[in-house]
Design a protein around this ligand. Structure first.
Ligand code: C2E
Ligand code: MG
Ligand code: MG
Ligand code: MG
Length: 282
């Protein structure tokens, strides 16, 4: 179809024709195949969400969940987000998929609450394209209205690189989202570049320290120092700070001793199916 052809033309245009090799053409063909499967995935019901617990370090209590997209294709099996999200983003499909994620996560949070769970916030990842679209606010408001989720129970995770790409527009959008009563977290903090000046102006509630720092905090003094600095920075700016990718008791102890607020990681729980998360809530 036309989109696929355009995508292919772009793909070819990017590679210097003289260096076009068999390997690259297989790669491009593979991507095209994945793109067409991705295009059909929504209507074929191939997506689902997994939920990863967020835990308060001081109390050890469950304080929220992050919704993470999973794709299970009929003939290709499970495909990790790292492989298909970039393609979805590039092709624009992420807009429709992202809306499905948002609505599904809100619906699930309401279902848990109706079943008796406390009103914990559910976090949804927003892609760059979603953040920069003019209808984002309508989409979010509509999802909240249709599902009946309290805005205070929704948190949006946005990476700093996206915000820095168009600071004025992001500021405007984030302020309007905040006015709805939604929480905002900066995801993968430390991997992009955030000007401290902007950070001060951004209406965000949380910084999430990227897993790449957390994984070496007990062995690499630089990562330990960076993590401590991010925790201080967050607290100076009156933000909460969450560590991603906590896998060991030693990492947990380091974060506790250094005043981190929340943690997320395999040590506390992997992303899991909604039934398993419901069991955790109970
Ligand atoms: P993220 O938002 O930073 O999510 C955290 C990722 O780290 C998840 O990978 C999670 O499974 C993984 N993780 C959590 N704890 C640990 C740990 O202790 N050890 C290790 N090794 N990994 C851990 P996942 O689910 O593969 O997602 C990867 C990325 O894909 C996410 O990074 C996010 O950027 C993107 N993504 C996932 N779902 C969505 C979505 O619905 N929409 C958008 N736009 N992006 C999504
Ligand atoms: Mg995230
Ligand atoms: Mg992250
Ligand atoms: Mg990450």
């Amino acid at each position: 179809n036309a989109d696929a052809a355009m995508y292919r033309a772009k793909e070819l245009g990017r590679n210097n024709f003289a260096f076009f090799s068999a390997e690259m053409s297989v790669n491009a063909t593979e991507r095209l195949g994945m793109l067409s499967r991705l295009r059909n995935a929504l209507q074929r019901n191939e997506f689902l969400l997994h939920y990863q617990p967020k835990v308060c370090l001081k109390t050890g209590r469950l304080v929220g969940a992050e919704a993470l997209l999973r794709w299970h294709n009929g003939s290709h099996g499970p495909i990790p987000p790292g492989r298909f999200i970039p393609l979805a983003e590039e092709s624009g499909l992420i807009v429709e998929i992202g809306e499905w994620v948002l609505r599904s996560a809100c619906r699930q949070a309401v279902a848990w609450q109706r079943a008796g769970a406390p009103p914990l916030p559910i976090a949804v990842n927003l892609s760059p394209r979603q953040l920069l679209r003019d209808d984002l606010l309508d989409v979010v408001e509509q999802a909240l209205r249709d599902t009946g989720l309290d805005p205070a129970c929704l948190e949006l995770e946005i990476t700093e690189t996206v915000i820095m790409r168009d600071v004025e527009k992001s500021l405007h959008t984030l302020h309007r989202l905040k006015q709805l009563g939604i929480g905002i977290a900066i995801d993968d903090f430390g991997t992009g570049y955030s000007s401290l000046n902007y950070l001060k102006r951004l209406p965000v509630d949380k910084l999430k320290i990227d897993r790449s720092f957390v994984s070496d905090i007990t062995t690499d003094p630089d990562d330990a120092a960076i993590t401590r600095a991010v925790i201080s920075l967050a607290h100076i700016l009156n933000l909460k700070v969450v560590a991603e990718g906590v896998e060991t008791e030693a990492q947990h102890r380091f974060l506790l001793e250094n005043g981190c607020d929340e943690v997320q990681g395999y040590y506390f729980g992997k992303p899991m199916a909604h039934q398993d998360f419901a069991a955790l809530l109970a």
